[in-house]
Design a protein around this ligand. Structure first.
Ligand code: SAM
Length: 235
C-alpha cells in the first residue's frame, strides 16, 4: 500500500476499488481483523481493519520488520504472449527476483507497442500482486527494452560481466545449474523462441546456453521451473 496519512511510526491506509472489495468479499474481513501488510518500498507489519463501507476500507498499519532480502537474480524475459504477462510478472515478483528486464524480440507480438500493456503503472500492478502473495514490499527494478539488438549489444555485455549469465535454451547441452547464492543473470525467450541471430548476440554478450532437458516447455512453465533452480537458499 501507499499510506494516506502517517501517524508517528504507524500509518492509516485507505484502500478502494478492487482491493477493498477483495478484502470484504473474498476474505470476509470485518472491523478488528488483523492482516499482514507492507508499505511499497518500506516495512512489513500488521494492519488492523478499522472500518469498511461499500467501496473502501480503512486500516491502521504498524511497521514491524524490513521486507525479505531479494535474491541475487537478474531476469531478462522476452515478452511472452500478452495474456501470459500478468502471471509471469507475478511469478517474478513472488519469487524475489531483484532485477527484471523485459525485452522485445522478433517473435514477440507487435501489438504490445500499440497497447497500454507496458505502461509502468500496469506492469507495477502485476508485480505488486506477486509481492502481496509473498509478503514483500519492494518491487523488482524494472526496465523495458524496445529493441533487442541495442539491448543485446549495448546493455547485455555489461549485465553479464562479473556474474553467472545464462541463456535458457532447450537445445543446450549444459544442464541449468541450481543454487541460490551466486549472482546470476537468466535470459528466457518468447513463446516462439529467440531467432538464431538473437541467440548469437546473447552468446556474444557472454551468456552460456543451459537447458532443463530436451522437452520444450511453455515460456511460463520454463520461467517457473528455471526460477525454481535458484530458490534453493532460504531468503
Ligand atoms: N521452439 C522454441 C525454442 O526451441 O527455443 C521454444 C520456445 S519456449 C516455448 C520459450 C522459452 O522457454 C525458450 O526460448 C527458453 O528460453 C525457455 N525454455 C523452454 N523449454 C526449455 C528447456 N527445456 N530448457 C531451457 N529453457 C527452456
Amino acid at each position: 500500500f501507499s499510506p494516506e496519512e502517517r501517524i508517528a511510526g504507524s500509518a492509516r491506509i485507505r484502500l478502494s476499488g478492487t482491493r477493498a472489495r477483495h478484502l470484504r468479499d473474498v476474505f470476509g474481513a470485518t472491523p478488528g481483523k488483523q492482516l499482514r501488510a507492507g508499505e511499497i518500498g518500506g516495512d512489513i507489519g500488521e494492519a488492523t481493519l478499522e472500518s469498511l463501507d461499500s467501496d473502501s476500507v480503512t486500516l491502521h498499519f504498524r511497521a514491524q520488520h524490513a521486507p525479505p532480502a531479494k535474491r541475487p537474480l537478474t531476469v531478462v524475459l522476452a515478452l511472452p504472449r500478452p495474456k501470459m504477462l500478468r502471471r509471469m510478472l507475478r511469478t517474478v515478483a513472488e519469487t524475489g527476483v531483484r532485477d527484471l528486464h523485459l525485452v522485445n524480440a522478433r517473435r514477440v507480438e507487435k501489438s504490445y507497442w500499440q497497447s497500454g500493456l507496458l505502461d509502468t503503472a500496469t506492469l507495477e500492478q502485476y508485480l505488486l500482486s506477486g509481492l502481496e502473495q509473498s509478503i514483500d514490499s519492494v518491487l523488482p527494478a524494472l526496465q523495458v527494452h524496445r529493441g533487442f539488438r541495442p539491448f543485446a549489444e549495448d546493455h547485455l555485455p555489461a549485465l553479464a560481466r562479473g556474474r553467472r549469465a545464462l541463456l535458457a535454451h532447450p537445445a543446450a547441452t549444459r544442464p541449468c545449474p541450481a543454487d541460490g547464492d551466486t549472482e546470476t543473470l537468466l535470459m528466457i525467450g518468447p513463446e516462439g523462441g529467440f531467432i538464431d541471430y538473437e541467440a548469437s548476440l546473447a552468446l556474444r554478450a557472454g551468456l552460456l546456453p543451459v537447458s532443463l532437458g530436451s522437452r520444450i516447455l511453455r515460456a511460463e512453465t520454463a520461467l517457473t521451473a528455471l526460477l525454481g533452480r535458484f530458490l534453493v537458499a532460504p531468503r
